[in-house]
Design a protein around this ligand. Structure first.
Ligand code: SF4
Length: 276
């Protein structure tokens, strides 16, 4: 069973198209600020077309592409000050989350951001929400003393699991004076996670394809592992092992948002040969 909603999401497809157009339309060097997506193979292919990744603006010249995660207003201002041509491939759903974070600050809510502390998307959300924003990865992390009796507003990293948000809202609601929740989990993530869970419940083994450092892929693997212990997270199809499929009548395949559909099909073909 191959997931319909797994693999490249809208934001990633859009960013790759923007990067390819920038490569074709620019005379000088073209860089992405960090790898455009969490897929080493795709990053290599893009580099072959002339779009290389840099870790900081100091290493960039010509055109700089902001990836789907978005950047802080400070980084955008620095790129401009350095005279770089900015191509913004921030996912529109991420932009909405950033706007919601800013609006919490303007409306004097205490912002609580649900997301991974060091993730670039969360770093940009913090910058929009302003100093004093609280970041938690899980509801249990929240120190209730910091929110008790206050007007609290929540924004969510777009790739978080819905159950995580429910747990946080449930913990906050009785403690604060007023609670405003912006559910900024994107539709692509929600559909992919819901479908992955359905498939994992039906399958004897689950394969999740995606970069090792991809947060949304790791989350998919965690969700599926909760209902199917034989869940394996791979980055490359060559990592598949025949032993994983012993007595497995049904295998489900899904993938993180940075995985091309061809890689899922390749995995399907190889698994068919490993399970005969
Ligand atoms: S996972 Fe959602 S928010 Fe993130 S890039 Fe894809 S569509 Fe955009």
């Amino acid at each position: 069973m191959v997931s319909k909603h797994g693999g490249y999401c809208y934001g990633v497809q859009r960013a790759l198209k923007i990067a390819c157009e920038a490569a074709r339309g620019s005379e000088g060097p073209v860089h992405t600020l960090g790898p455009i997506i969490h897929n080493p193979g795709v990053v290599r292919e893009l580099a072959a077309t002339g779009v290389s990744s840099v870790d900081s603006l100091a290493g960039a010249a010509g055109t700089i592409i902001f990836r789907t995660h978005g950047v802080t207003p400070q980084v955008a201002a620095e790129a401009e000050a350095r005279g770089l041509k900015i191509v913004d491939a921030t996912c529109p759903y991420v932009k909405v989350a950033q706007q919601k974070a800013s609006s919490l600050k303007e409306r004097r809510y205490l912002p609580v951001i649900l997301g991974e502390h060091e993730h670039p998307e969360v770093v940009a959300l913090i910058a929009n929400a302003g100093a004093g924003a609280i970041v938690v990865e899980r509801a249990e992390e929240l120190d209730l003393a910091r929110v008790r009796g206050k007007k609290v507003g929540v924004v969510v990293q777009t790739t978080q699991a819905s159950a995580n948000l429910s747990a946080l809202a449930g913990r906050l609601a009785p403690a604060c004076r007023e609670l405003l929740v912006y559910n900024t989990i994107c539709n692509a993530t929600r559909k992919c996670q819901e479908e992955a869970l359905e498939l994992a419940l039906l399958a004897d083994a689950v394969i999740i394809i995606g970069g090792r450092n991809s947060a949304n892929t790791a989350r998919l693997a965690k969700l599926c592992r909760e209902v199917q212990q034989r869940t394996f997270h791979i980055e490359e199809v060559s990592e598949l092992e025949a032993g994983w499929f012993e007595e497995a009548g049904t295998v489900a395949i899904t993938a993180g948002a940075s995985t091309p559909p061809e890689q899922m099909e390749e995995a399907k073909r190889l698994i068919a040969t490993l399970t005969v």
